[in-house]
Design a protein around this ligand. Sequence first.
Ligand code: PHE
Length: 447
Amino acid sequence: MKENRAQFATRLGVIATTVGSAVGLGNIWRFPYETGVHGGGAFLLIYVGFIFIIGVPVICAEFIMGRSTRSNIFGAFRALHGRPQWAWIGYMGILASILILSFYSVVAGWTVEYFVQSVTGTLASLDAGSRHEAFDMFCTGWKPVMWTLVFLAVNAVILLRGVKGGIERVSNVLMPVLFVILIIFCINSLLMPGASEGLAFLFRPDFSKVDSGVLLGALGQAFFSLSLGLGTMLTYASYFSDRTPLVKSAVVTSALDTCVAVLAGVIIFPAVFTFGAEPSAGPKLVFEILPDIFHRLPWGALWSSLFFFLLFLASLTSTISMSEIGIAFFCEQFGLTRKKATLLNCLIAMVLGTLCALSFGPLRDMTVFGLTVFDLFDYVSSNILLPLGGMMISIFVGWFVDRGILRTQLRGTGSIKEWILRVIVFCLRYVAPAGIALVSLSGLGVI
Ligand code: PHE
C-alpha cells in the first residue's frame, strides 16, 4: 500500500498545496471578523505569537507523523505506537473536519453568490444601504442552501480526480494571483480616509481588552488558519517526498498564511472605519464591507468578479484538504473505494451544511448554549477540537515517538542544526501542551 501512494511532483507543489490548505476563508473572512470581535491589535499580536510558538512546532509534529508512516491520522498513531487508545484523536479530527467542511461551505457559498452578482452587475447597481439589506435578505433565505450544495458538489468532483491532478494544478496556478490581487486591494484601502484609524485598530495593541476569551479566540484562529490539529497537514505530509524539508515547509507555510491574514486585515479595517461600520459585526463583516471597497474602484465589477472567483478557489483548496481526512480514513480503514468514500463524505457535509446555511434565517432560533448551528460548529471545532487535537499530537510526538524518527524526519535528506531540533522537541513536550491547556481551560471557564 505504501508504495502505491501518490506523491507531490515538485517542491513548489508541496508549498503550494500546504499553503493552499492553510490560506482560505480562514484568512480573508474569519481572521478579520475574529480580530474585529476581539478588539484589534492585541488579538493580532497574540495570534501571531501562537502561530510561531505553538503552530510551527505542531505542524512539524503532523509532518513527522504523516511522512514517517505514509498514512492517515489513525494509521499514523497505530504505526508509531501500536496502542489503540490514541485512536480517539483520529476520530476527533474526523469530526472536526466534517463540522468545518459543513459551515465553511456555507461561507464559500456566499462567495459564489457574490461572484454571480458581480458578473451580472447586480452588486454594482445597488447603493451601499440596499446592498447590506440585500445581503441580509440573501443570508436569511433559502438560496445559501443551494450554493452550499453546489460548492460541496464541485469539491467532490475535484476530489474524485485524485491527489496530483486535482489539488496540485489548482493550487499552483491560484496562489500567486491571489497574492497580487490582495496587494492591489491593500494599496487601495491605504488610500482611504479611514486608513489611519483602521491601521491603529489592527496594529496598536490595547491589552486592556485581553481576557481569556480573546486568548482562546486567538488560539482557535491560529489552529483554524493553519489547518492544524485535525490531521490535514499529517495527511498531506504522507504524500511528501523524502526530500521535502519539514521545518522549512512549516515555517514558510505559517509565514505566508499569516501574511495573507494581515493583508486581509489591512484591506478590511481601513474600509470599516471609512464606511462607518462596526468592527465587531461578526461573520457578516467582511461580506458587507468588501462590496463597498470594490465600489470605490474603477472597473469595480471586474475586480469583484476576479476577487470572489479567487476566493472561491482558495476556499476549494482548503475544503479539498479537509475532505482528504475523511476520505483517506474511509478508504484505508473501511476499504471503501475512493469514489464511495468521497461521496459519503460529501453527503454528510451536505446534510450538516444545509443546517448551517439555514441557521442565519429559518433555523436561527435553533440554538445550543445560545449558539446557532453555524456558530456552534465553528466554536466547537476551532476552539475545542483543533487545539485539543494539536495538544495531543504534540504530546504524542514529543514524548512517545522515538527521537531517532524525529531526527531522521526533520533532517530529511539534508541536515538540521541540533539546536533547532532541541527547540522543536522542547516546544512539543512542554510549551505547546501547557500553553494550549492553560488557554483552553481558562477560555472555557474551567479555571
Ligand atoms: N485553514 C483553512 C482556512 O484558513 C481552513 C481549514 C481548517 C482547512 C481546517 C483545513 C482544515 O481557510
